[in-house]
Design a protein around this ligand. Structure first.
Ligand code: XIL
Length: 351
């Protein structure tokens, strides 16, 4: 029995023990948000990142506030550092993001610019940044979080209506994609959004937006589903996740899971209960399983990978422990469930 198991394992190749090697076999990139400061100052962080993942994205350093904190001065150093790290470790670099209502530097957000000035600022920014990272960034979140929470339309922002760049409706979104495509025709261009994981008014609005962009000939290649979710959210059934992915796949778009984390309640020390960790592992399992059902779903990225570095405790009071590795870089049940799903039935049954 044991010999048979060994022979079968040999026939299948060495068992995949990392997310990246298991993902490679399933044709899905396994990624994480990362930060150059942590890479530089935390050797375990850097080693785990390189070992487990084949895609990275700057958590903040490639946002407008990171790249152009001072008007007219572009800082590409962190992005270039990530590109070098990615290349050294056989990883892809995902770009995040070119146009967002948030994380804009003060000079931009409070600059009282006219629509025509903003138009030029955005065009210059996208052209310069996408041009700089041409050949290094394989996919960009071109526009981030442009939809209103209730699905009623576009949210307020300096690019849309406060005062906006002078274009009506979704035309400003179309234009940003056209600029990005002109600057880097090879890059895959994504529209990225949160709270659009199941079928709801906001994901309906995103579906209409993407469909409209395609009809207008806009160069959009995919949608990013952020997946900042909780373990207890009842609406995120496997059927709902799959139905939502199915409709975007049917448009011919790629799907990237871009910012996955599964928050659970924690105590004052940041510790979670065993039952919440198990519920979290099940949630990760369902999400990875849903992605694997659709060839269009080509990347699964978590928003960080260690509970030592996560935005959740800051953004959601009383919650934390949202990532696959704990604060000591030990794999959690969530890691085991992701790996098991990626390995698939043949490897995980062990016979
Ligand atoms: C968050 C970062 O994790 C924080 O460190 C930062 O203070 C704010 O932004 N949606 C996005 C991400 O698209 O860029 C956000 O990242 C989380 C929500």
């Amino acid at each position: 029995m044991r010999i048979l198991a060994v022979l079968l394992l040999l026939a299948a190749g060495a068992p995949a023990q990392t997310l990246r090697s298991a993902g490679e076999r399933r044709g899905v990139l396994m990624g994480t948000a990362a930060d150059t400061m942590d890479i530089a100052h935390d050797a375990t962080y850097a080693a785990t990142l390189a070992q487990q993942y084949n895609m990275i994205e700057a958590e903040n350093e490639m946002k407008w506030g990171g790249i152009q904190p001072t008007q007219g001065v572009f800082n590409f150093t962190p992005g270039d550092t990530l590109a070098t790290f990615a290349e050294a470790h056989g990883m892809k670099l995902r770009g995040h993001n070119l146009c967002w209502h948030s994380y804009n530097p003060r000079w931009l957000a409070k600059g009282d610019f006219t629509p025509s000035q903003l138009y030029t600022l955005l065009e210059t920014y996208i052209t310069t940044v996408a041009g700089h990272f041409k050949g290094k960034v394989f996919a960009w979140d071109v526009v981030n979080e442009a939809l209103a929470g209730d699905g009623s339309g576009l949210r307020d922002s300096i690019w849309y209506n406060q005062p906006g760049i002078g274009l009506t409706g979704p035309a400003y979104i179309d234009q940003t994609f056209r600029w990005a495509h002109a600057a880097d025709p090879q890059a895959l261009l994504f529209y990225n959004e949160y709270d659009v994981e199941d079928i709801n008014p906001k994901s309906d609005a995103m579906y209409s937006l993407a469909k409209g962009m395609l009809a207008r000939g806009v160069p959009i290649h995919g949608v990013g589903l952020q997946f900042h979710v909780s373990a207890s959210q009842g609406s995120l059934t496997p059927a709902a996740l799959e139905a939502n992915m199915a409709r975007f796949a049917a448009l011919g778009l790629q799907i990237h899971i871009t910012e996955l984390d599964v928050r659970i309640p924690v105590d004052a020390d940041g510790k979670a209960s065993a039952s919440d960790l198990a519920a979290q592992a099940q949630r990760y399992r369902d999400i990875v399983s849903a992605c694997l059902k659709y060839p269009a779903c080509t990347a699964i990225q978590t928003w960080g990978f260690t509970d030592k570095r996560s935005w959740i405790p800051h953004a959601y009071k009383g919650y934390g422990a949202a990532l696959p590795f704990d604060k000591e870089y030990q794999p959690k049940p969530a890691f085991a469930s992701m790996l098991q799903v990626l390995k698939g039935p043949t490897e995980s049954t062990g016979n």
